[in-house]
Design a protein around this ligand. Structure first.
Ligand code: ATP
Ligand code: MG
Length: 715
C-alpha cells in the first residue's frame, strides 16, 4: 500500500518521524532532508496520531521558510487543516500576545514597531533631549536598546510600574533609553525584542496562562535550531514542560546569526540538558551534486570550532563547479548574464530556476545593471531593487533638479531633509508658479522675496541648488554627488539614522560613477549619465510574470534550495565582510565561512562563484578573491577568466598582513609590550572603531591601536 507520508523517507528520517514522544534532536548537514523529516513528522502526528494540527507548534526562522513549510505540510495533509502554528518565533509571539497581553493591562490591539517606527520615536526623543547626531547616532541607540532588552529589568518599569531610578547623572544613552521606554509605554507599542520578552514575562508570571499553553501544545518542533537564541530556546523549552515533546532539528555548520545572539550550543548540548533525549544523525544529501557537496565540505572543514562531519550523496556526478574571475566588475556580471542565457538555452531551464546570492545588499547594483542591459527579468527577494532605494532616488533627483529643474525632483527634494517648509508654503508656490507659468524651481527663484515664499528654508534651498549648479560646471559627477550629499544635509541625515545600508548604497553609487569616469577618461556629462541610469530607474515594475531570476542575500536564502546558484562578489572584504576581518572575535570569520557554506549548499545542479579585480574607490583598496577560495584546492572547481599569478600572490600577501585570525586579542587591563613604546596597559576596547586605547606608561604615551596591529605582545 502506498504511504504518502512515510514513502520516500530514509531510515533516519523514518526514525525521526516515528519518534514522536519525548525530547528528540536531529543534527545533520545541509540538504539532508531535515525539513522534509520535520514536515513529514507534522503530517504523521496529525494523520496517524490523530492530533489536531492546532496543537502542534512548529517554528522556524524566516517568514519565507515558514511559508515553504506550510506548503509542504498542506501538500501531504490537505488544505482543510489549521496550520497557523507553523510560524516564526515572532509570529508565534504576536499570536500569543494578541490573546494574553491584557494580563499586563495592554490592549489586544497593541502596536508593533518596526525599525522605521523606532527611528520615528527616537527622532522625537532626540529633539526633546536636545541631542544632535554628533553626540549619538540612531544606530548606537538601537543597539543599546536591544542590548538593554536582553535582560528583563526594563520590564519592571514597563509592566510593573516600578518608578525609574534617578538616571540624572547617568549617561546619555540611558536617558534616551528611558525616554524611548516612556513613549513605548504610553502608546502600548512593542518592538521586536519586546515580542519575545513580553511573552516570556507573561508565561513566567501567570501560571494559568503558562498551563493553558503548555496543555494546548502537545508537540513542539523547531527547524534551524542552530540559530535559536537564549530566549527563543527558553520559550519552546518552557512550553514543552507538560507534554515533554520537543523536536529540534538543525545544522551547527549553518549558524549564521551568532551576531544576533544565536546559540548553537542548545542543539549541540541538547543531550546534556535532556539526558534521555534521542539523537538522530543524517549524512546523506539529497539536494546537490557530488561536486557541489565536495566544495561545501572542504570549505567548512577550515572552521576550527566545529564537530567534523562529511556529507555524502548518491546523486549523479553532474557539472563541475565554476569560478569566474573578471578583469573588472562589468566583466564579472556580463559573464553571469551570458551564463544565465546559456543555462536557459542548453538546459531547458526557466529564469526562476536561477538564483544569485550575495553577502551584502549593495553588491546587487552591479548585477542588476547587467541583468537589465541583457534583458533578463529579475526580482530582488526580501529587499528593494538598487535604483528604487530611497537614498539612491534622493541623489538622482537632486542631480535631475540641477540639470532639468523639473517639478517632480523639486517636490521630492525641496524639504528633504526637512527645512520646515510645510503644506502652506508649497500651496503658495504652486499657485504662483501656475499663474506665472513657470516651473516650481524657477517660480521660487524669481519670487524669493515674496512674503509667503521668503523663508529661511526656501532661501537655503535656492542658494544650495544655485551653488551646486556652479559646481557641476567644473567638477566630475562623482565629486558633485559628494558635494550634494554633504551640503544638502542628506549625508548627515543618513548618518544620523545610522542606517549603514543607506550609506553603503550611496558609496556604491559613487563608486560606480568613478568607474564610469575612469573608463571614459573624461568627465561624463550629467545629462548623459541621467539618461543612462533612467534605463535602470524607469522600469516596468508591475510585471506580474513570475519567471524571473531571483536575487537575494545569503541570509535570506537559508533553508531554501535552487537548481542553479551564482555566488557573486566573492571578494575579500565582502565575503568575508570587512567588519568580520576587523572584528576581534575569531568566531566572526568562522561565521562568514558558514555563510559561504550556506550559499554553496543551496545549489542543486550547478554552482558558480564569481568575483573581479579592480580598485574599490570607496575604501581605497584593491579587490582580491575571497580568502575562502584559496582555502580549497583548485581540483574542486574549474576556473574561467584570467586570474594572473601576480594577483594571486598579492592577494595572499594581503591576507598575511590582515591575518587577524592569528593576531593576539587583548582585554581591558591586559599588560602589553611594544619594542619602542615599551610596557603598556589596555585601557579601553572600542569595538566600533576596532581599536584599543593603550597607556604605554613606561614611555608616557597613550595611543589608540588597531586590533590588527601585529607588533604588540602580551607582557
Ligand atoms: P537545509 O539544511 O538546507 O535546511 P534540509 O536538511 O532541511 O536542508 P530538505 O530541504 O529537507 O533538507 O531536503 C533537501 C532536498 O532533498 C529537498 O528537495 C527534499 O525534497 C529532498 N529529500 C529529502 N529527503 C529525501 C529522501 N529521503 N528522498 C529523496 N529526496 C529527499
Ligand atoms: Mg531545512
Amino acid at each position: 500500500m502506498n504511504d504518502e507520508i512515510l514513502d520516500n523517507l530514509n531510515e533516519q528520517q523514518l526514525q525521526a518521524v516515528k519518534t514522536t514522544e519525548g525530547y528528540v534532536r536531529v543534527i545533520a548537514g545541509a540538504g539532508s532532508g531535515k525539513t522534509k523529516a520535520l514536515t513529514s513528522r507534522f503530517a504523521y502526528i496529525v494523520n496517524r496520531l490523530g492530533i489536531n494540527s492546532s496543537n502542534i507548534l512548529c517554528v522556524t526562522f524566516t517568514n519565507k521558510a515558514a511559508q515553504e513549510m506550510k506548503k509542504r505540510v498542506k501538500a501531504i495533509i490537505g488544505d482543510t487543516f489549521d496550520v497557523s502554528l507553523i510560524t516564526t518565533y515572532h509570529g508565534f509571539c504576536v499570536r500569543f500576545l494578541r490573546e494574553e497581553i491584557n494580563k499586563i493591562h495592554y490592549p489586544k490591539s497593541f502596536i508593533i514597531l518596526d525599525v522605521e517606527d523606532q527611528k520615528t520615536i527616537l527622532r522625537d526623543v532626540f529633539t526633546e533631549l536636545n541631542i544632535n547626531s554628533k553626540e549619538l547616532t540612531f544606530k548606537q541607540v538601537l543597539r543599546f536598546i536591544s542590548k538593554s532588552k536582553s535582560g528583563s529589568e526594563y520590564l519592571n518599569y514597563i509592566i510593573e510600574n516600578d518608578t525609574i531610578k534617578n538616571k540624572e547623572e547617568e549617561n546619555l544613552l540611558e536617558k534616551v533609553f528611558q525616554k524611548y521606554l516612556e513613549k513605548q509605554k504610553r502608546n502600548y507599542a512593542l518592538d521586536f525584542d519586546d515580542l519575545i520578552n513580553y511573552t516570556i514575562y507573561i508565561l513566567k508570571n501567570f501560571n494559568d496562562v503558562l498551563l493553558k499553553w503548555q496543555k494546548n501544545l502537545h508537540y513542539i518542533q523547531v527547524d534551524e535550531a542552530q540559530d535559536s537564541s537564549d530566549n527563543q530556546f527558553l520559550l519552546v523549552e518552557m512550553l514543552s514542560r507538560i507534554h515533554n515533546n520537543l523536536f529540534m532539528v538543525g545544522d551547527p555548520d549553518q549558524t549564521i546569526y551568532e551576531w544576533r545572539g544565536a546559540k548553537p550550543e542548545y542543539l549541540v548540548d541538547f543531550d546534556k540538558l535532556f539526558p534521555n533525549c534521542e539523537t538522530i544523525i543524517m549524512n546523506q544529501n539529497y539536494r546537490s551534486t557530488p561536486n557541489i557537496l565536495k566544495l561545501g565540505n572542504h570549505i567548512i572543514k577550515n572552521n576550527k570550532i566545529r564537530v567534523d562531519k562529511d556529507m555524502i550523496t548518491q546523486n549523479p556526478e553532474g557539472f563541475e563547479v565554476i569560478h569566474f574571475h573578471g578583469q573588472n566588475e562589468f566583466e564579472e556580471t556580463l559573464w553571469v548574464s551570458s551564463e544565465i542565457k546559456e543555462i536557459i538555452k542548453t538546459e531547458n531551464a526557466k529564469y526562476s530556476d536561477i538564483t544569485i546570492l550575495y553577502r551584502a545588499n549593495h553588491i546587487s547594483r552591479n548585477i542588476e545593471q547587467s541583468l537589465i542591459r541583457e534583458n533578463i527579468p529579475y526580482t530582488v527577494f526580501g529587499g528593494i531593487k538598487f535604483f528604487e532605494r530611497k537614498e539612491i532616488k534622493d541623489v538622482l533627483s537632486f542631480l535631475r533638479l540641477i540639470v532639468f529643474e523639473d517639478d517632480i525632483s523639486f517636490l521630492r527634494m525641496y524639504n528633504n531633509p526637512t527645512k520646515g517648509l510645510g503644506k502652506k508654503f508649497i500651496e503658495n508656490l504652486n499657485s504662483i508658479a501656475q499663474s506665472q507659468n513657470l516651473s516650481l524651481f524657477k517660480a521660487l527663484e524669481k519670487n524669493i522675496e515674496h512674503k509667503e515664499l521668503s523663508k529661511k528654508g526656501s532661501l537655503e534651498f535656492i542658494n544650495l541648488v544655485k551653488e551646486l549648479k556652479e559646481i557641476s560646471k567644473t567638477k566630475s559627477i562623482s565629486d558633485l554627488v559628494k558635494d550634494i550629499l554633504d551640503k544638502s544635509g542628506l549625508s548627515e541625515l543618513y548618518r544620523k539614522d545610522g542606517d549603514e545600508d543607506r550609506l553603503e548604497n550611496i558609496k556604491e553609487l559613487v563608486n560606480s560613477m568613478i568607474i564610469l569616469e575612469n573608463e571614459n577618461k573624461e568627465i561624463i556629462n550629467i545629462e548623459e549619465y541621467l539618461q543612462e541610469v533612467s534605463l535602470f530607474t524607469d522600469l516596468d515594475t508591475n510585471n506580474d510574470n513570475n519567471d524571473k531570476v531571483k536575487l537575494m542575500t545569503i541570509h535570506i536564502s537559508k533553508g531554501l534550495e535552487f537548481p542553479y546558484v551564482f555566488l557573486c562578489g566573492f571578494t575579500e572584504g565582502v565575503l568575508p565582510s570587512a567588519m568580520s576581518i576587523k572584528e576581534r572575535r575569531k568566531r566572526a570569520l568562522e561565521e562568514e565561512r558558514r555563510l559561504t557554506y550556506v550559499a554553496i549548499t543551496r545549489a542543486e545542479k550547478r554552482f558558480y562563484m564569481t568575483e573581479s579585480e579592480g580598485f574599490n574607490f570607496t575604501n581605497g583598496l584593491n579587490k582580491y578573491p575571497s580568502r575562502f577560495l584559496f582555502e580549497i584546492s583548485d581540483e574542486f572547481y574549474i576556473r574561467k577568466g584570467e586570474l594572473s599569478q601576480e594577483i594571486i600572490d598579492e592577494a595572499k600577501l594581503q591576507l598575511k598582513r590582515n591575518d587577524i585570525e592569528n593576531t593576539e586579542v587583548f582585554n581591558i587591563g591586559d599588560l602589553v609590550f611594544h619594542d619602542i613604546w615599551k610596557k603598556g596597559i589596555v585601557k579601553e576596547v572600542d569595538i566600533d572603531k576596532n581599536e584599543y586605547l593603550i597607556d604605554f606608561f613606561e614611555t608616557g604615551k597613550e595611543k589608540p591601536i588597531d586590533f590588527s596591529f601585529r607588533f604588540l605582545k602580551k607582557f
